[in-house]
Design a protein around this ligand. Structure first.
Ligand SMILES: *Cc1c(COP(=O)(O)O)cnc(C)c1O
Length: 394
C-alpha cells in the first residue's frame, strides 16, 4: 500500500471538492468588494449573507451573531481579549482549564502579564473532564468570563458544556467555548447550552484554511478586534475573504447534513482501532474518555516508546498521525494535555493521536494497526527501559 493514509484530521482536513467548486467563481467572476454600491457587488454581499445563514443554522444562532475572522486562533484571541477589555470595570477574573488550545492558554497568559487579569486554570480528571464543582467554587464576584473548550483537540474529550453554560448563566458570567473541534462534528445549540461566544475554524471541517468565525450573542458587550472599515458590524474591519467565507458556509452546511451518518461510521472505525490496539499491543492505554469523545479521535499511549520515532516509522508507510498537537511537535516538552490528565512524562512521550475522516476505511485502519504492531515491537526491542522492565517481570 503506498497511498497516503491521512489520520491527522484534528490538525487539518482536506478541502471538500464541492467546497472548492463553490469558491471558484468568487475569485474570477464575482470579485466585487462587498462594501461598494454598484450592482456587481451584490453577488458578493449575497454570498456573505448566505454563508452567515448556513453557519448560524448549525448552532441555532441568528446570522447577525456570526462574525467572520481569519481562523480559530483569531476567534479565541478576540473572545478573550475584547471581552476582558469590555468587562474589566466589573471584574478581572477569568476561568479556563489546563487543557485548552494554546490560542486560549497563551492569550490568558498575556492578559495576566500585561493587562492585569487574574486567571484560574481548572484541573481536569484522568479522562480530561473539568469538575463542575470546582468551576462553581472558582466563581467570585470578580469573575467576568468562563472559557472552556467544547471538545479537546488531543484526547477528544467532550466537556459538559450544557452544565457549564447553566452555571455561567446562574452566576451572570459570560461563557465562551472553543468549539473548533466540535463544530460540525457534534450537535451544538447556543441557546439550549447558554453559550455566549463560540469559536470555530473552516479548515477543521473540510473548509478552506484562514477563515473562522466568532459567534457573539446579541447583547454581549465585546470590543472591536480590528479597527478600520465597517465590515462585520464594525467589529472586525477589513475587506471580507469572500471565497473563504463561501467555502466555509458550504463546508458547515455539508458537515451538518452528514453529521449523523458520518459520526456513526467514524465511531465504528474509531472503536475498532482502539479495540485492536488495546487488545493486541501490550502496555498500551487509551487517553480520554471511551464514550464522551469526538467520533474521530483516537489517542493512545504505548509504554517504552518514543512518540516521535513511532511517527517517523509510520511515515515510511505513508501514514500521517500526530504525537501530540501539531503546535507542540518540535518541542521536547510532553503535551500539556497529557500532563494535565496525570500521565507520567515517559508515558506521555509515547503517545499517538490518530484522527479519522469520512474517507477513512476499515482496510486502512487494519493496515495501520498491523504496521503499528511491527513498529512497536521493533522500537521496544531497542529500548533499554523495556529490557529492564521485562527482566523484572520474570
Ligand atoms: C485548530 C484549533 C485551533 C486553531 O484554529 P486555526 O484556525 O488553526 O487558527 C484552536 N482551537 C482548537 C481546539 C483547535 O483544534
Amino acid at each position: 500500500m503506498d497511498k497516503l493514509i491521512y489520520l491527522d484530521n484534528a490538525a487539518t482536513t482536506k478541502t471538500a471538492p464541492e467546497v472548492v467548486q463553490a469558491m471558484l467563481p468568487y475569485f474570477t467572476e464575482y470579485y466585487g468588494n462587498a462594501s461598494t454600491i454598484y450592482d456587481f457587488a451584490g453577488k458578493s454581499k449575497e454570498a456573505i449573507m448566505q454563508a452567515r445563514t448556513q453557519i448560524a443554522d448549525v448552532i441555532g444562532a441568528k446570522k447577525e451573531e456570526i462574525y467572520f475572522t481569519a481562523g480559530g486562533s483569531e476567534s479565541d484571541n478576540w473572545a478573550l481579549k475584547a471581552a476582558f477589555e469590555a468587562y474589566k470595570s466589573k471584574g478581572n477574573h477569568i476561568i479556563t482549564s489546563k487543557i485548552e488550545h494554546h490560542a486560549i492558554l497563551h492569550t490568558c497568559e498575556y492578559l495576566e502579564k500585561e493587562r492585569g487579569a487574574r486567571v484560574t486554570y481548572l484541573d481536569v480528571d484522568e479522562n480530561g473532564f473539568i469538575s463542575l464543582e470546582d468551576l462553581e467554587k472558582a466563581i467570585t464576584p470578580e469573575t467576568i468570563l468562563i472559557s472552556i473548550m467544547f471538545a479537546n483537540n488531543e484526547i477528544g474529550t467532550i466537556e459538559p458544556v450544557r452544565e457549564i453554560g447553566r452555571i455561567a448563566k446562574e452566576h451572570g458570567v459570560l461563557f465562551h467555548t472553543d468549539a473548533v473541534q466540535a463544530f460540525g462534528q457534534v450537535p451544538i445549540n447556543v441557546d439550549e447550552m447558554n453559550i455566549d461566544m463560540l469559536s470555530s475554524s473552516g479548515h477543521k471541517i473540510n473548509g478552506p484554511k484562514g477563515i473562522g468565525f466568532l459567534y457573539i450573542r446579541k447583547g454581549v458587550k465585546i470590543r472591536s478586534f480590528v479597527h478600520g472599515g465597517a465590515q462585520e458590524r464594525k467589529r472586525r474591519a477589513g475587506t471580507e475573504n469572500i471565497p473563504g467565507i463561501v467555502g466555509y458556509g458550504v463546508a458547515a452546511q455539508r458537515a451538518q447534513e452528514t453529521m449523523e451518518k458520518r459520526s456513526a461510521e467514524e465511531i465504528r472505525l474509531r472503536d475498532h482501532l482502539i479495540g485492536r490496539i488495546l487488545k493486541e499491543i501490550p502496555y498500551s492505554r487509551l487517553n480520554g474518555d471511551a464514550v464522551k469523545r469526538l467520533p474521530n479521535n483516537v489517542n493512545v499511549s504505548l509504554q517504552f516508546i518514543e512518540g516521535e520515532s513511532m511517527l517517523l516509522m509510520l511515515d515510511r508507510y505513508g501514514i500521517c498521525a500526530s504525537s501530540g498537537s501539531a503546535c507542540t511537535s518540535g518541542s521536547l516538552d510532553p503535551s500539556h494535555v497529557l500532563m494535565a490528565i496525570g500521565l507520567p512524562h515517559e508515558i506521555a512521550h509515547g503517545s499517538l493521536r490518530m484522527t479519522l475522516s469520512e474517507e477513512t476505511t476499515l482496510e486502512e485502519i487494519d493496515f495501520v494497526v498491523d504496521r503499528l504492531k511491527e513498529i512497536v515491537d521493533r522500537l521496544r526491542s531497542m529500548s533499554p527501559l523495556y529490557e529492564d522492565f521485562m527482566k523484572k517481570q520474570k
